[in-house]
Design a protein around this ligand. Structure first.
Ligand SMILES: [Zn+2]
Length: 180
């Protein structure tokens, strides 16, 4: 799989760094520490915000806390066929009966003719998984995450997900509120 370091950006501050996964988000070391305090010691976070005169209010009345994705999940695997009779395996990870991730694989992973179809299907399942985690776990959706999933779905230079992630990358700075 190709690797492009500048695509691996912190979901928090958007800088390129060594990332740690936390509740479906990927954070740089600084944001990781902040996120750690926010989720494990919310009262400390509020106190620090007050002490530093920062605007910060806890609003757990209108918003549910995101559910954590556990390390081990039950999955159901379905065997299915496309219209050209290729066999595919579709796995749905479930959490308390809700679908939270979907994967698809084929026994013909090295078939050259299937490469573009595999990358397109990977794109679909990665984006659906992102949506499912948002719907059922409360994970926050961002443009960066969308681009990251497109980028990771790509198997060859200039395949469809690579093309789409390149186009959408042009808008990433706007979301971070940076200039230039
Ligand atoms: Zn960060």
């Amino acid at each position: 799989m190709k690797k492009n370091a500048d695509m691996e950006l912190c979901d928090g501050c958007g800088t390129s760094a060594l990332l740690t996964e936390k509740n479906g988000n990927e954070f740089c070391p600084s944001c990781c520490q902040v996120a750690e305090v926010l989720s494990n010691q919310p009262d400390l976070a509020i106190k620090l915000a007050k002490l530093t005169g920062s605007e910060f209010e806890r609003s757990d009345t209108d918003e549910q806390n995101p559910r954590e994705l556990p390390d081990v999940l039950d999955a159901v695997r379905y065997r299915t066929r496309d219209r050209e009779q290729n066999t595919w395996y579709v796995s749905v990870s479930e959490m308390e009966g809700d679908p939270v991730e979907i994967f698809a694989s084929t026994a013909f992973d090295r078939d050259q003719h299937l490469q573009s179809r595999i990358s397109n299907l990977t794109t679909i399942t990665r984006l659906i998984s992102l949506i499912l985690r948002h719907v059922f776990l409360g994970e926050v959706l961002t443009l960066d995450k969308t681009v990251k999933q497109l980028h990771r779905s790509s198997r060859q230079k200039n395949d469809l997900p690579d093309m789409l992630s390149t186009v959408l990358s042009n808008y990433r700075k706007n979301e971070m509120g940076e200039n230039g």
